[in-house]
Design a protein around this ligand. Structure first.
Ligand code: BTN
Length: 325
């Protein structure tokens, strides 16, 4: 039985909603022996599923482990392409490294690499990204949008809007977007996005969206240096959040907004982004590789660049960098 058939078996147990499903029927349907079905049930139990047996009636699902594996994500997935292929790891160095390799090997649009834990999670500007086991969403999405390389940086803003919408839908919390790609709740960071490109001068091969969402950490579970600047959905909401559901919902909006961007350009995304922004209308300091400028953030351009009005009245465009208020 392939891993797809195993997730099919799991789906049957989910769909049965606690009612027993006949092992013999499953065996017949999948063209395998009843012993094979029993082995997969044992494997699922090893993975943390609680499965009961009723004599002569079959197997039923008692509880599901809090895992972001393929079966749990697919339970909520409504997309066409995004998340249809999922590579799941209990632990890895960085989902971003794996996604780069898969993209080079030709992985299809919307392929997701997700891990329970990253040992060397990376953030922007080569900073480390704290990725504790079972506490957050650490995933990379390989996208192959029909865009020019010049349109690629805006995909970060597409992702920021998609994740904000997903967080809103699943938790009711509204995050604010700090240009270009940090999501904050109560001024503390809830999500980071790392956008990386594989491209020829005039052709995008793939855009790899690395997404880190702090979901179920308690305050003590953050390293000391992060407690004043980071938060989690659990801290803000006062209860745990279903990570698999949040992943599926993020993929739904990511697919929808990527299509919107491809079909209608950046304007509709810009409107959404501005509605969630905490940056526009504020005086900010932008630190770039070799200079720092201060001014009033007046908007973003069609290229996703942040526009600042400097004290002498000149308009200055910031392509990339860090901002402070
Ligand atoms: C940032 O704000 O600096 C970006 C953080 C991006 C973190 C994610 S977690 C999944 C993916 N794998 C990584 O190693 N990094 C990104």
């Amino acid at each position: 039985m392939t891993s797809t058939a195993k997730s099919e078996l799991l789906k049957r147990l989910f769909d049965a909603d606690g009612e027993p499903v006949s092992g013999q029927n499953l065996a017949d349907e999948f063209g395998v022996s009843r012993t094979a079905i029993w082995k997969y049930v044992k494997e699922l139990e090893q993975e943390g599923y609680e499965i009961g047996t009723v004599r002569k009636k079959g197997y039923y699902l008692i509880s599901t482990p809090d895992r972001v594996n393929e079966a749990n994500i697919k339970k909520y997935l409504t997309t066409e392409a995004f998340g249809r292929t999922i590579r799941y790891f209990e632990s890895c160095d960085s989902t971003q490294f794996i996604a780069h390799e898969l993209a080079q090997e030709g992985a299809q649009d919307g392929t997701v690499v997700v891990a329970e834990e990253q040992l060397t999670g990376k953030g922007r500007m080569a900073r480390p990204w704290d990725s504790k086991a079972y506490k957050g969403i650490w995933m990379s999405v390989i996208t192959r949008p029909h865009l020019t390389p010049q349109q690629a940086p805006q995909m970060t803003l597409v992702a920021a809007v998609a994740i904000t919408r997903a967080i809103e839908e699943v938790t009711g919390l509204t995050a604010q977007i700090k240009w270009p790609n940090d999501l904050l709740i109560n001024q503390k960071k809830i999500t980071g996005i790392l956008t990386e490109l594989q491209a020829d001068p005039d052709l995008i091969k793939s855009i790899i969206l690395g997404i880190g969402i702090n979901v179920n950490q308690s305050i003590e579970e953050f390293p000391d240096e992060l407690t004043s600047i980071a938060t989690s959905l659990k801290i803000e909401l006062g209860q745990s959040v279903n990570r698999a559901k949040l992943i599926a919902t993020t993929l739904k909006y990511l697919e929808e907004y990527t299509k919107l961007y491809e079909a209608h350009g950046f304007s509709p995304i810009k409107l959404l982004w501005e509605s969630y922004s905490n940056t526009i209308g504020r005086r900010i300091r932008a630190t770039m590789v070799n200079q720092t400028v201060e001014g009033l953030a007046i908007g973003i351009t069609e290229e996703g660049m942040l526009e600042l009005k400097l004290d002498d009245g000149t308009i200055y465009g910031v392509y990339s960098g860090d901002i402070e208020f």
